[in-house]
Design a protein around this ligand. Structure first.
Ligand code: HEM
Length: 502
C-alpha cells in the first residue's frame, strides 16, 4: 500500500508538472491549428501528390530519387509538377540549359531556397545570389584556377594518400566502412587545400568527431526542410525550438564553434602570404568572422561530401564489375608503370576518367538541384512555370533517360565516354553532375584529380571485397548522396610490385 507521504509527494509532483502540461497542450493545439491551415493551403488530391504526402511511393521504391525517375520517364516531355511542393521537376536537357544559361537571371537560388539552407550555410557561396555570390565566385575561381594551386593540390592529395589513407587501409579491421574512410579522407584534404590547416593537428574547443557528426546532422536536417510540403512547418518548429529544429540549432552551434577555431588558428599561423582560399578571403573580408564561418562551411560541404560520395559509388560499382577493375589496372600499368603516379600521368588515364564519369552519371553526388523562378516563364518543352515557385533539375533521373544515353542507359558502360581511345565529354546540360552554365562547379578539376588519384592508388595496392555484394544502395536524406548503410568491405593486400603505394 502507498503511504500517505508518498501520495502527498505524488500529488506535489503532479502539481509541479502542471505548467509543463499546459505549455505542451498549448503547443499541440497551436501545431494542430497550424497544420490544418497548412494542409488547406497545400492540399492536392492528385495521385502523385497523394503518393508524396502519404509516402506511398515507398511501397514500390527504396529511394525518392528512383520514384522521381519513374515519374519523369513516364512524362512525355520529361517534366512533372509536384503540386504540394509547388515544384516543377525536369530531366529535359533543353530545360536545364535554359535555366542554367539562357535565362540564368530568372532562375537564381532565390530567397525561399536560401531560407531553407540559411541557418546552416548562411551567406556561403552555395546559398547566395547577387553581390555575395559574385564576390566569392571571383575569389574562388582565381584561386582554384592557378597552375600553382593545381600542383599544390596534387601534392596534398598524394601526401594524404601515402601517409594516412594507405596505412589506414593496410591495418584495417576485418570489415571496414569505406564510405566513412572516404568522408574522413576528403575532409582532411579539403581542410588542407581550402584553409591551409590540418584538422588533426589543430587545438580545437570540441573533439573533431563531434564537429563532423554535427556537420552530417545539419546537412541531413537542412535537406529534410526542403521535403516539407510547406516551409511553415519547419519555421514553426524553429520558432518553438522543438524536435528536429532544436537538434539542427545545436548542431549548427557546434559547427560554428569549430569553424571559429579554424579562423583563430589561421590568424595565429598568419594569413597575409597564405596560398589557401581562407587566407585570401581573410585578407579581403577583414574581421567579418560570421561571413568567414559561412565560407568555411560552404567549402567543406563542397569538397568533402561530394568527393566522398563519388569515391563510395566508385568502389561499390568497380567491385561489382571485375572486368572494369582489370581494365583500370591495365591502363595504369601502361601509363604509370610501377612507380607512383605523377599529376600529368593521372590526367592521361582516359579509361579511368571514363569510369569516374560513368559512375557519376548513374550515381551523381548531388542528385537534384533546385532553382527559384522569379517571373512566370515557359520552359523549352512548353511547361509553364509560375513566378515564385521552385524548379528542380534531376541529374540522377537524367542519367537514366533513354533519349539521352540510348537503350543501354541503365548499364554500367565506361566505354560510352571513349572515342578512339580518348575520353570525350558529353554536352554538360545532358549530364549536369557538376551543374553547368554560369554557376558550374569550381572544384571540378580538383575533384576529378582527387578521385582518380585515390582510385588508382587504392586499386593497385588492394583488392576490395564487398561485405554485401549486389546490395543496391539506399540513400539517406541529405544534401549529397550518402549510402544509408555505408559501404562495408574487406580490404585485401595485392601481391604486386607497386611498393610506392601509388
Ligand atoms: C565529385 C565532386 C563534386 C561534385 C559532383 C560537385 C558538384 C557541384 C554542383 C552540382 C554544384 C552546384 C551546386 C549548386 O549551385 O546548387 C557545385 C558547386 C560548387 N562546387 Fe562542386 N562538386 C564537386 C567537388 C567540388 C570540390 C572538391 C570543390 C572544391 C573547392 C567544389 C567547389 C564548388 C564551389 C565553390 C561551387 C559553387 C559554385 C557557384 O555557386 O558559383 N566542388 N559543385
Amino acid at each position: 500500500m502507498e503511504s500517505a507521504s508518498s501520495i502527498v509527494q505524488y500529488s506535489h509532483a503532479s502539481w509541479s508538472w502542471l505548467p509543463i502540461i499546459s505549455s505542451l497542450s498549448f503547443i499541440t493545439s497551436f501545431m494542430l491549428l497550424f497544420l490544418t491551415v497548412v494542409r488547406k493551403r497545400v492540399w492536392c488530391d492528385c495521385e502523385i501528390c497523394e503518393s508524396y504526402s502519404e509516402s506511398r511511393w515507398r511501397i514500390q521504391f527504396h529511394n525518392l530519387c528512383d520514384w522521381y525517375t519513374h515519374l519523369l520517364k513516364n512524362s512525355p516531355n520529361r517534366t512533372v509538377h509536384i503540386h504540394v511542393l509547388n515544384n516543377t521537376i525536369t530531366a529535359n536537357p533543353e530545360n536545364v540549359e535554359y535555366m542554367l544559361k539562357t535565362r540564368f537571371d530568372n532562375f537564381p537560388k532565390g530567397k525561399p531556397f536560401s531560407a531553407i539552407l540559411g541557418d546552416f550555410l548562411g551567406r556561403g557561396i552555395f546559398n547566395v545570389d547577387g553581390t555575395f555570390w559574385r564576390f566569392q565566385r571571383k575569389m574562388a575561381s582565381l584561386e582554384l584556377g592557378r597552375v600553382s594551386t593545381r600542383a599544390y593540390s596534387f601534392q596534398v592529395v598524394s601526401v594524404e594518400i601515402l601517409q594516412r589513407l594507405m596505412p589506414l587501409l593496410a591495418s584495417a579491421a576485418e570489415i571496414v566502412d569505406l564510405q566513412e574512410v572516404f568522408r574522413r579522407f576528403s575532409f582532411d584534404c579539403i581542410s588542407r587545400l581550402s584553409f591551409g590547416l590540418d584538422p588533426t593537428e589543430l587545438e580545437l574547443s570540441l573533439p573533431l568527431s563531434e564537429f563532423i557528426a554535427s556537420f552530417d546532422l545539419a546537412s541531413k536536417l537542412s535537406a529534410e526542410r526542403a521535403l516539407a510540403t510547406s516551409p511553415m512547418v519547419w519555421k514553426a518548429k524553429r520558432f518553438l525550438n522543438i524536435g528536429s529544429e532544436r537538434r539542427l540549432r545545436r548542431a549548427i552551434r557546434t559547427i560554428h564553434v569549430v569553424a571559429r577555431d579554424f579562423i583563430r588558428e589561421r590568424r595565429k599561423v598568419g594569413f597575409s602570404d597564405g596560398q589557401d582560399l581562407l587566407s585570401r578571403f581573410m585578407s579581403s573580408v577583414g574581421d567579418d568572422d560570421k561571413f568567414l564561418v559561412d565560407i568555411i562551411v560552404s567549402f567543406l560541404l563542397a569538397g568533402r561530401d561530394t568527393v566522398a560520395s563519388a569515391l563510395t559509388s566508385f568502389f561499390w560499382l568497380v567491385a561489382c564489375h571485375p572486368e572494369v577493375e582489370a581494365a583500370i589496372l591495365k591502363e595504369a600499368e601502361e601509363v604509370i608503370g610501377v612507380d607512383s603516379a605523377g599529376c600529368d600521368q593521372v590526367k592521361e588515364l582516359h579509361y579511368l576518367h571514363a569510369v569516374v564519369f560513368e559512375i557519376m552519371r548513374l550515381y551523381p553526388p548531388i542528385q537534384f538541384d533546385s532553382k527559384y523562378c522569379v517571373e512566370d516563364d515557359v520552359l523549352p518543352d512548353g511547361s509553364f512555370v509560375k513566378g515564385g515557385t521552385r524548379v528542380t533539375f534531376h541529374p540522377y533521373a537524367m542519367g537514366r533517360m533513354e533519349e539521352i544515353w540510348g537503350s543501354d542507359c541503365l548499364e554500367f558502360k565506361p566505354q560510352r565516354w571513349i572515342r578512339h581511345g580518348v575520353f570525350v565529354h558529353e554536352n554538360t546540360f545532358k549530364c549536369p553532375i557538376f551543374q553547368a552554365g554560369i554557376r558550374v562547379c569550381l572544384g571540378k578539376e580538383l575533384a576529378l584529380m582527387e578521385i582518380k588519384t585515390v582510385a588508382v592508388s587504392v586499386l593497385r595496392r588492394f583488392r576490395i571485397e564487398l561485405a554485401q555484394p549486389d546490395h543496391p544502395p539506399r540513400f539517406s536524406p541529405g544534401l549529397t548522396a550518402t549510402f544509408r548503410d555505408g559501404l562495408p568491405a574487406r580490404i585485401r593486400p595485392r601481391s604486386s610490385n607497386y611498393t610506392n603505394f601509388n
